[in-house]
Design a protein around this ligand. Structure first.
Ligand code: PLP
Ligand code: SF4
Length: 361
């Protein structure tokens, strides 16, 4: 099916959700408030999963009254994007890479979205002069080695709009890598067609796609076709997931997801702890619990299946890898390591310069 038609078949209002029995009419007032912050879009592709009682999918896309509960520590802009926005549409936090955000629209609206204060805004467009200014910024900063298309979901744009961006980037010599952050293979896999792939290729950069996927049930046979098409075109595919209560917060769920990804040739890259976006506390598990879950994968699952567990420091101070404590320093050259296979601490001596010792026969 034509992807734009499939996109248009998404469920976007509360009445549609109530007719399916997914929300109660008595909650409409609170849910409308949630909808004001982040529009509703349950992708047509996922309706069947929800009808099959896949709560992992329902919780991600169907609004919840708890989205109207804000905690004092929750922020409108939890990872400080605005502080690091030198020109509209560009977020420049690290010296060698920038986010380029051509749209804030998506093919699905995820209720835990960390950028929900901007996302689903239908007015925003990075076009014409604004796009020229953004590209000029990248051109003027010769340290920028990688451009990450983000948003929103950049792949909801038409091929014509993507082509403008890709052609603009193709003229910038110092940009070597183009990365696309997208949820499309889960929610609108029809979008990944040969025209899209040739459009991205006109950037003449090494392409990487980072697929946002949170549960193995999102990995349908149509998604497989999309991922295979990317691989076939020589595009590297990684995944990023968010650790979400009631969606994937068990070792079985994470193991199932990461193994399936590796079986499809997709390397799990990041597992994010949910950012402090307003109205998302019902999605967070305590960080200590998260660490136990994530630490438990090591030693049990193939290293290929293990993503880095990431906390994005509020305020825009960057992403950090958070790990259970695997090592401790005892003295200058003495270390202890926690075995992921037997759970015991093991002491190791690491001398860094040769110490001459008499050889005792
Ligand atoms: C997350 C992010 C990146 C990408 O970070 P990697 O660790 O390279 O995946 C780049 N820029 C900004 C502003 C980000 O928030
Ligand atoms: S696809 Fe990404 S940007 Fe869009 S709503 Fe989901 S998490 Fe937010």
């Amino acid at each position: 099916m034509n992807w734009a038609r499939q996109h248009a078949r998404g469920l976007v209002d509360l009445k549609q959700l109530a007719a399916l029995g997914w929300v109660q009419t008595s909650d409409f007032e609170a849910l409308s408030k949630a909808q004001e912050n982040l529009e509703i879009r349950v992708p047509a592709h996922c309706v069947e999963f929800i009808q099959n009682n896949e709560t992992a999918v329902l919780r991600q896309f169907v609004p919840d009254v708890r989205e109207t509960f804000f905690l004092p520590e929750e922020l409108e802009d939890p990872i400080g994007d605005e502080t690091y926005t030198p020109v509209e549409g560009v977020t420049h936090r690290y010296p060698d890479r920038v986010l380029l955000k051509p749209t804030y629209q998506c093919a699905s609206y995820c209720r835990f979205c960390f950028r929900r204060y901007k996302v689903s805004d239908g007015e925003y467009r990075l076009e014409g002069e604004k796009l020229t200014t953004a590209l000029q910024y990248i051109k003027n900063n010769t340290k920028i080695w990688e451009v990450i298309l983000s948003g929103g979901d950049p792949l909801v744009l038409t091929d014509t709009k993507l082509a403008q961006i890709c052609e603009g980037l193709s003229a910038i010599e110092h940009v070597k890598v183009l990365r696309v952050h997208t949820r499309i293979p889960s929610v609108l896999p029809e979008r990944i067609n040969s025209a899209l792939i040739s459009t991205l290729r006109c950037a003449k950069k090494q392409l990487w796609v980072v697929w946002h996927v949170n549960a193995s049930v999102e990995m349908s046979s149509t998604s497989r076709v999309a991922i295979d098409a990317l691989h076939h075109a020589g595009i590297g595919v990684l995944s990023q997931s968010v650790l979400l209560r009631g969606v994937n917060d068990s070792s079985e769920a994470l193991e199932g997801l990461f193994k399936s990804l590796v079986e499809w040739g997709v390397k799990p890259y990041y597992l994010h702890y949910p950012d402090l976006a307003r109205g998302t506390s019902h999605f967070r598990v305590p960080l200590s619990e998260a660490l136990t879950l994530v630490g438990g994968l090591r030693g049990r699952l193939s290293g290929l299946c293990i993503p880095q567990f990431i906390v994005d420091i509020p305020g825009g101070h960057g992403k950090v890898v958070v790990e259970p404590q695997w090592s401790r320093q005892i003295s200058a050259s003495t270390w202890e390591f926690l075995s992921p296979t037997n759970g015991q601490w093991h002491r190791v001596e690491y001398q860094t310069s040769a110490v001459s010792r008499p050889v005792v026969e």
